[in-house]
Design a protein around this ligand. Sequence first.
Ligand SMILES: *[C@@H]1O[C@H](CO)[C@@H](O)[C@H](O)[C@H]1NC(C)=O
Ligand SMILES: *[C@@H]1O[C@H](CO)[C@@H](O)[C@H](O)[C@H]1NC(C)=O
Length: 987
Amino acid sequence: MLTLLFLLLLSSPLAHSVNQEGFYLLQFKLGLWDPTNSLSSWNNSDKTPCNWVGITCDASALQSVISVNLTGLELAGPFPSIICRLPFLSYVSLNNNSINSSLPGNISDCQRLQHLDLAQNYFSGTIPDSLSEIPFLRYLDLSGNSISGEIPASFGRFRHLEYLNLVENYLNGTVPSSLGNISSLREIQLAYNPLSPGRIPSELGNLTRLEFLWLAECNLVGQIPASLGGLSRIRNLDLSVNRLTGPIPSSFADLKSVVQVELFNNSLSGGLPLGLSNLTTLRRFDASMNQLTGTIPDELCKLPLGSLNLFENRFEGTLPESIARSPNLYELKLFKNKLTGELPKELGKNSPLEGLDMSYNEFHGEIPEGLCEKGHLEELILIYNSFSGQIPSNLGKCQSLKRVRLRNNKLSGTVPDQFWGLPHVYLLDLVENSFSGSISSKISSAYNLSNLLISNNQFSGSIPRELGSLGNLNEFSGNDNKFMGLIPASLVKLTQLSRLDLSDNNLSGELPVGIKALKKLNELKLANNKLSGKIPSEIGSLSGLNYLDLSGNAFSGKIPLELQNLKLNLLNLSYNQLSGELPALYANENYRDSFVGNLGLCGDLPDLCPRVGVSKNLGYLWILRTIFILAAIVFLVGIVGFYWKYRTFKKNQKGLAMLKWRSFHKLGFSEFEIVECLDEGNVIGIGASGKVYKVVLSNGEEVAVKKLWKGTKRKDDGSVEPEKDEFEVEVETLGKIRHKNIVRLWCCCNNGDCKLLVYEYMPNGSLGDLLHGSKSGLLDWPTRYKIALDAAEGLSYLHHDCVPPIVHRDVKSNNILLDGEFGAKVADFGVAKVVGGVSKGVESMSVIAGSYGYIAPEYGYTLRVNEKSDIYSFGVIILELVTGRLPVDPEFGEKDLAKWVCTTLDQKEVDNIIDPKLDASYKEEICKVLKIGLQCTSSLPINRPSMRKVVKMLQEAGPDSKSRSFKKDGKLSPYYHEDGSGQGSMV
Ligand SMILES: *[C@@H]1O[C@H](CO)[C@@H](O)[C@H](O)[C@H]1NC(C)=O
Ligand SMILES: *[C@@H]1O[C@H](CO)[C@@H](O)[C@H](O)[C@H]1NC(C)=O
């Protein structure tokens, strides 16, 4: 009261003309920070506030304020409860601002409120019980905040609530059954909250007006209640990414208004229910990634479905012909089941098919000819089946095709001419079939072709020189075919080519001149052809070449000394007609197999080089004696050798048996291969925890292998450390994660002595090394911006989308790795912390984690971390990207980068901190990003935006700022999953 009086006194001289409601609104404005001055029209000299931005009054003579709509104005500060003094207020939207308090209990003073939209802010704390005392509330949206605790059971008291959206918060209770009392409800959206494991309350089935139920990733367990069949108006039912078990209830056949059903990624079992033919409005059905059995019902396929996804289940039987009659079908993904029979002949003839993935089933018969009849087909993926016959000729007219994978089938005949030249295809995989005929010269129009994989077929003829015009070609694998003639000279124009494998063909002639132009070549395999001439010395300048196999040809002349410049993982020149000396680097025992079968070759390897005949004038006896001695030596050597071999054999056996591998992805290589490749020549980094090797495996895949030092886990007092070691943490954390901005852990092995972690290889190394090294010029602003956004998305995933959330605890530029396109991924989870299920939020740590310059100030005295510490460290990375400076630098004196930036900005222009290497024309964008960095490094944790918000802000600061919005159809899943073709794709 006193404060109010004081305020009244203070402002009465100013507020001489505005009415009471306007006065309250001006108080409201005073309580907020309005950085863009968007409330400048709120002027106390107006009589009423009715013309102010965002304000609507009613039409009566009273002109009461009925609506305050301040969407997306960057307003910051605590929730201004004072607006509840506006007695007729019925509509409030502060959507997409930076309000950062908890929701006050007295919000129920807004008794007339019907519409309350506080989505996309920084609200924290819990939802006050009193909210349900607002009697006429119809619309409540609190999504995209940091609200925790329970969904109040008191919500059951709402009588008029139609719309309830709590998506993307930290709510940690369960779904209250009292929601089933709110018979007015039309939408319930609770997705992406770290709820405690709980069942779907069967009471929800009472909500006969419900149209949308979105419970994706809500930690739901148990069975789906049969009562949900009562949702007679439901249009969109999304229960995906939970841990639901048991069958899909047969009552689902009663959902007569349903358009979309999302059940993917649960543990549902049993068959699909009977009676689905009643669901005449159903268009999208996704029950992928469950343990469903039985057949795909004809009555489901008879519906005019647009999308049917049932992949990764245990369905058997055939795919009903009726599916081909749907006029809507655009997506059909049934991979990884046990389906048999033929595909419906008419498939695609009536449907605008875009994506078809039938991989890993037991289908046979021909590929239906009408798949692309409507001209929309982009993905045709049929790998690992028994399809036979030819590629239908009208697929050659399918200009929309982008990704074609037909590997491992029994297809044969020639590939239609035009099919080779489809302009948008970037992946053409025909490996392991019986195709014949030659590659058409029409391939010259396949401008986007990046991977041409046609090995293990019967292709013949010569390789067309038009192939040389495919500027995007990255891989050409044509091994094990019957190609003949020359390797076309035009191939040296393929500057993007990294893998060329034409082994086991009948190619002849010399290697093309100018091969050194293939700057990206990593693998050159031409074994077992009839190639001849000299090995060109220019191969030695292909600095990225790791595999060179020219064995089994007729190459002659000397081995060029320049080959010694290469960092090879495999060198095979055996069985040629090479002569002369071995280059010194290779003249040792390790390379014996690389050179055998070259009769003219001489080096220090005795049996490579046939000894010149023994002198003839020696006596008979001497010869006998020599033979005897030699025989004895051979015998002894044999015994010793055998024993040694036997021992190493035993040792290897033991070694192999003891290595326990765990893999987290489907691997295209054998884990045992890794161990053989760990030699010191391949070390690409040494850190506190171990060495990192780059290994190129025999299948051409590159991986990074971290070998952890053998560390004792004992503390000073000799007791065993209870904490898990780095290895376990990394494995447990990373093994489960699949996100495009988090480095993949392929597999690992731990046998006590030897701890290996095998990751995807990131060719551009760490951001720290690049940014602070001599090559920082590569990083222009758009690249740096993209890196910041990528890394932010990775961290946002860890904080908001992992259940339970993960705090990285060592976010720094050296742990941001860059792939070939400078796409960034978060790496190194050695000290990461899973924020436990019981006490989500702040966790006390026993050891200091993090690196100097990146550690949030509060950490120094509280030794407590939560995601806010990661956000601080991420802010430091932004400052590094903007300034190009190290997080700690003697030049800053006592300060670290964050402090230096702040103090410099207090005194000087922003130009003094922006990296001079950056193009000044980006200044505006750079400043926007800098602002985000400063918010993240705010010394008060509460002022730091959530990573989710950071992503949003970065997107808005980008060149083509488009802010993310929720997709109403409930498919806003950041999750990746492997599709049947082994490449990640968005759910
Ligand atoms: C509230 O403001 C936003 C943005 O200015 C606008 O799109 C929306 O329609 C407004 N809502 C109402 C009910 O006026
Ligand atoms: C849920 O969140 C509340 C409020 O943040 C917290 O006090 C409580 O411990 C959390 N409960 C669980 C089970 O995580």
